[in-house]
Design a protein around this ligand. Structure first.
Ligand SMILES: [Zn+2]
Ligand SMILES: [Zn+2]
Length: 133
């Protein structure tokens, strides 16, 4: 385990971005998108700008492009636990700069996506301030 691992932000932490706040408060009923990264298809909630940022960071760790869809992908969600995920229990938030993305997946896959995002962030930091583009 990484000794520098930051403790998770408190559950009541809120993103500064008002668009993300709106999207999260709707519980994903209006603004749901699907992140396709590696073999995962994970429903995510957030504003367009921060979802795109989230996607771009995840993509840094994957060989294939990460994609963001605003409709259910043709193959659907493979994992039955993700498909039936109960949002009433809350969802993990991933903070992306001033925004936050909610991950509407089962525990296992939410963790996978969050790990992907974290290693993407590290990769980006290693690439330096100018970034890959
Ligand atoms: Zn936002
Ligand atoms: Zn799952």
């Amino acid at each position: 385990m990484d000794p520098d691992d930051d403790p998770a932000p408190p559950a009541e932490a809120e993103p500064q971005c008002p668009d993300c706040q709106d999207a999260l408060q709707s519980g994903g009923r209006q603004a749901i998108s699907f992140l396709l990264v590696d073999t995962l298809t994970v429903p995510v909630v957030g504003c367009d700008g921060h979802l795109e940022e989230f996607r771009a960071i995840c993509e840094l760790t994957t060989e294939d492009a990460a994609q963001l869809l605003n409709h259910l992908p043709a193959g659907g969600i493979q994992c039955p636990a993700c498909r039936n995920h109960d949002q009433a229990g809350g969802m993990p938030l991933v903070f992306v700069e001033a925004g936050a993305v909610g991950v509407l997946a089962c525990e296992t896959h939410a963790k996978d996506v969050i790990e992907t995002f974290k290693s993407g962030l590290q990769t980006r930091q290693q690439l330096g301030a100018n970034g890959p583009l």
